[in-house]
Every structure is written in structure tokens, then in C-alpha cells.
Design a binder for this molecule. Structure first.
Ligand code: NAP
Length: 182
């Protein structure tokens, strides 16, 4: 079965978004997201990023689709013509995963779930979910979108060698990269 990892930055009050954007501006944290979702051992393969409609449109126009990754948008209201030709559109996560599994599995190294809230919830409940890459932001922010509760079956594991360990700090905001696995 084709599995996926999930990646999210979550603040102390469990928030992930505000007004269709990130509640914070943490450049290095965003670079970690980019590097992690791009990283692959086999450069003949590609990683996939799967996101909800609002997350896709929260990406600045000049930065979307996310480069060097296969972009998948989940929506039951968008039409293919609403998206660039190289962006795949599916009505839900399982249909998207089945398409990747049956049609382009050999081209794929890692599938990343990159938000938002409902997609994270569906992802964590799925048997396909392998690891959660969570940036714990150690501060509260005003938010209107929140990360769902993490099921008890996920336990923290030692960070992989590519993940910076210990407390990171940017503009006085502290955060830590954590990895949880089923
Ligand atoms: N901190 C982080 O790491 C992080 C990561 C991602 C996003 N964000 C932030 O989160 C916000 C966007 O997230 P959001 O939760 O509001 O929206 P979202 O999940 O990006 O988009 C919601 C839409 O996606 C479609 N969808 C397909 N499958 C779904 C499912 N299983 N559950 C829910 N929706 C599904 C639906 O589109 P249709 O209505 O068209 O069917 C739904 O209305 C923004 O503020 C963004 O900046 C933060």
C-alpha cells in the first residue's frame, strides 16, 4: 500500500492558519518544509504534495504549484480548468492515493500531506499514514484554523539526520522539529 507522511507547523494553541495564510512569518521554518518535501534519494523519482483547495490557493501565485514536486489538490468544487495543467485534482484523499498507487507509483518516492485541517484529520485516520513531521511552535498565535488532535497511536521518534534537533529560534519565536510515527 502506498503510504504518506504529513507535515505541519502547529503553534501552542494548536493553530495552523489565519485569514487564509500562516499566522506567523518564519522563513527558516518554511525552508524546512520546502527541503523536507523536496528531499529524495532517487533523483529519477518525484515527491508528491497533497493539499486541500484553500491551502493550494494560500500559496502565493508565483510560488504555485510548489516546484519540483507533483502537486495534488483535493476539492469537489473545483474544475480541472481552475488549476494549471500539471496540478492533479481529486475529490478526496483516498481517490487521490489510489490514482497515484495504480498509475504513477514507480515515479514517486514520498507522498506528503501538507494541509489543511480536514485533510490532516482524514490523513491521520488513514492506514496509509506513516509519519507526522510536526514543527512545535512554542508560542500562542491568533488562528482560525487548527490542527486536529493527534491519535494516541503516534509516538515521537528520534529525528532523522536531516532534521535540525533542539530548539530553533527566529525573530524571538522558538520552535522545535518533531517526528512521530505509528
Ligand atoms: N501551519 C501549517 O503547517 C499549514 C499547512 C497548510 C495550511 N495551513 C493554513 O491552513 C489554512 C487552509 O486550511 P483549511 O483547513 O482552511 O483548508 P484546506 O484543507 O486547505 O481546504 C479545504 C477544502 O479542501 C477540500 N477537501 C478535500 N478533502 C478534504 C478533507 N478530507 N477535509 C477537508 N477539506 C477537504 C474541500 O474543498 P471543496 O470545498 O472544493 O470540496 C475543502 O473545502 C490556511 O490558513 C493555510 O495558510 C497551514
Amino acid at each position: 500500500m502506498l503510504k504518506f507522511n504529513l507535515i505541519a507547523a502547529v503553534c501552542k494553541n494548536s493553530g495552523i492558519g489565519l485569514n487564509g495564510d500562516l499566522p506567523w512569518c518564519l522563513k527558516s521554518e518554511y525552508e524546512y518544509f520546502t527541503l523536507t518535501t523536496k528531499r529524495r534519494r532517487d533523483t529519477t523519482k518525484q515527491n508528491v504534495v497533497i493539499m486541500g483547495r484553500l491551502t493550494y490557493f494560500s500559496i502565493p501565485v508565483h510560488e504555485r504549484p510548489l516546484e519540483e514536486r507533483i502537486n495534488v489538490v483535493l476539492s469537489s468544487t473545483l474544475l480541472p480548468m481552475d488549476l494549471p495543467k500539471n496540478v492533479l485534482l481529486f475529490p478526496n484523499l483516498e481517490i487521490a492515493m489510489k490514482h497515484l498507487e495504480y498509475n504513477i507509483r514507480k515515479q514517486i518516492e514520498t507522498v506528503w500531506i501538507v494541509g489543511g485541517s480536514g485533510v490532516y484529520k482524514e490523513a491521520m485516520a488513514s492506514q496509509r499514514c506513516h509519519r507526522l513531521y510536526i514543527t512545535q511552535i512554542k508560542q500562542e498565535f491568533k488562528c482560525d484554523v487548527f490542527f486536529p488532535p493527534i491519535p494516541n497511536c503516534f509516538k515521537e521518534i528520534d529525528p532523522d539526520p536531516e532534521t535540525p534537533s533542539g530548539i530553533q529560534e527566529e525573530h524571538g519565536v522558538q520552535y522545535e522539529f518533531k517526528i512521530l510515527q505509528k
